[in-house]
Design a protein around this ligand. Structure first.
Ligand code: AMP
Length: 475
């Protein structure tokens, strides 16, 4: 997944970039980085670990400038090696630019092979470097960044939200299907483009709107220019952002994530009521769903598991054994709330099933009489090729098991997944405008060996100079 941010601010950007990355930390904990342009040169600082581990006052002071980009990484393609930590800074024909990317291309191999055949060498194993090369390739011909991005977008297949500091201009563009989120905000002395609106909130900014699918936005001291480069017949926003990935307090493509999760919780109760003493979330991702379930059922919401907030997400751990151990350190049962009780245990999703099985066991060991598991996503049946770390079909517990079999496998008293119809309705969009690949096995882009319902993408050219104050109204 990853989180990206770009900021133009007359008051300096290193500190705002740092705070914005802090707000996006949930999108990636493997590494963090910032690149800043000071009017003459690009400087960067990046490293493995959490934002607070990578940066301190000293490093931020060493990044002066009024325009820059930042990145938090969660690995999807490319190995966990220092070379792959973003943003990447490039020098090309006397010009320099920095680029940060969230998403996953599905044609990286072909594109990279093309460059390598032509003698190009690469410093990383990421698809992001391929994007940079495509941009540089066209820049060499036309010199215009807009033309370069247009030509680049014409070659890319897959998901990409990109921010790019190109000397004294900030560019942001989003793939024609809008797979990954990207939004724009206004701050007292500048503008911000970020994966999620919580980064704008962290800087006391105002969310203006989302970057439209297929749109390129340029922000500099003179204003904002929007170029619509591509338009698809249907978009394909990632459904898993609403289920799990985004923060509940983010507004993505006009929808507050918390509302979706709470409504799904209410619908879970309608679809699968249970007689129980309390509704207990698996924190934090199950909380909004559990609140919804409690509201609809009238069963009290009561926390039965306390989360150690100083641990990362357990699936980030490299081995299955490490992941299993981590669950116990991460969650501590409140025995008094569970002993002798019948519990509705609510989580956002079940992926491999390891976490659910361990947690059900934890709740039972604490004395719960019955554990009714309710899940905020439909069964995850297929891998994700577009940016979420969804493993192979063999590792996905629901890929070849019925709801009853999953229930048995995680040792729950009863188990129910929300239906796809109710989830889509809770998001409030036409289901054809969402990517549901991990739930249906049908993807919005062609992927070898998989079924697809590819979107038709037209390349167009609509450039508008936007008035800074009316920008929010020009969706
Ligand atoms: P497990 O079923 O053991 O794979 O753990 C699933 C839990 O981890 C879910 O309840 C989510 O909170 C979280 N999760 C979300 N996305 C992923 C993912 N891509 N891979 C693994 N776990 C995830």
């Amino acid at each position: 997944m990853c989180g990206i941010v770009g900021i133009v601010d007359a008051g300096g950007v290193s500190l705002p970039l740092y705070y914005a990355l802090y707000a996006l930390q949930h999108r990636g904990q493997e590494s963090a980085g910032i690149s800043v342009f000071d009017g003459e040169r690009l400087r960067k600082h990046k490293g493995p670990g959490l934002v607070a581990e990578v940066f301190d006052t000293e490093t931020l002071r060493g990044l002066p400038g009024t325009l820059g980009v930042g990145h938090v990484r969660y690995p999807t393609t490319g190995a966990n090696i220092p070379e792959n930590i973003q943003p990447f800074n490039f020098q090309f024909l006397g010009r320099s630019f920095a680029l940060a990317h969230n998403g996953n291309l599905v044609n990286t191999r072909e594109l990279r092979a093309e460059f390598e055949q032509a003698g190009q060498i690469f410093c990383t194993t990421t698809d992001t470097e391929v994007i940079a090369n495509l941009i540089a390739d066209e820049l060499r011909r036309s010199g215009s960044v807009e033309d370069a991005v247009r030509s680049c977008m014409g070659r890319l297949r897959g998901s990409y939200s990109v921010v790019m500091a190109f000397e004294d201009q900030l560019y942001a563009f989003r793939d024609p299907l809008g797979l990954k989120p990207l939004c724009i905000g206004k701050m007292p002395c500048g503008h911000i483009v970020a994966s999620e609106s919580v980064a704008i909130d962290a800087l006391s900014g105002t969310l203006l709107r989302d970057v439209a699918p297929g749109e390129l936005v340029r922000i500099d001291a003179d204003g904002i220019t929007s170029t619509r480069i591509a338009r698809a017949d249907r978009v394909a926003h990632c459904i898993f952002e609403y289920v799990y990935f985004a923060r509940a307090d983010s507004i993505i493509d006009g929808v507050l994530v918390y509302d979706v999760r709470r409504t799904v919780g209410q619908k879970l109760c309608e679809e699968a009521p249970a007689e129980a003493d309390s509704v207990c979330p698996i924190p934090d991702s199950g909380t909004a769903y559990a609140i919804g379930y409690s509201e609809a059922s009238g069963i009290p919401f009561l926390e039965g598991l306390m989360k150690n907030r100083y641990m990362g997400r357990t699936f980030i751990m490299p081995t299955q054994a490490a992941r299993e151990r981590a669950v116990r350190i991460k969650l501590n049962p409140i025995k008094k709330h569970l002993e002798g009780k019948s519990i509705v245990l609510v989580d956002d999703s079940i992926v491999r099933g390891t976490t659910s099985r361990r947690i059900v066991q934890l709740v039972r060991d604490a004395g719960a009489r019955e554990v009714h598991v309710r899940v905020g996503s439909p069964p995850i049946k297929a891998p994700c090729y577009l940016g979420v770390d969804m493993p192979t079909r063999e590792e996905l517990i629901a890929s070849c098991r019925s709801e009853e079999e999953v229930c048995e496998s995680v040792t729950a008293t009863s188990l129910h997944y929300i239906s796809l119809e109710e989830l889509v309705q809770a998001i409030g969009r036409d289901g054809n405008d969402l990517c549901t690949g991990c739930l249906t096995g049908c993807y919005p882009v062609a992927i070898e060996g998989e079924t697809d319902r590819s979107r038709v993408v037209d390349f167009i050219d609509e450039t508008v100079q936007l008035d800074l104050d009316s920008f929010g109204e020009t969706c």
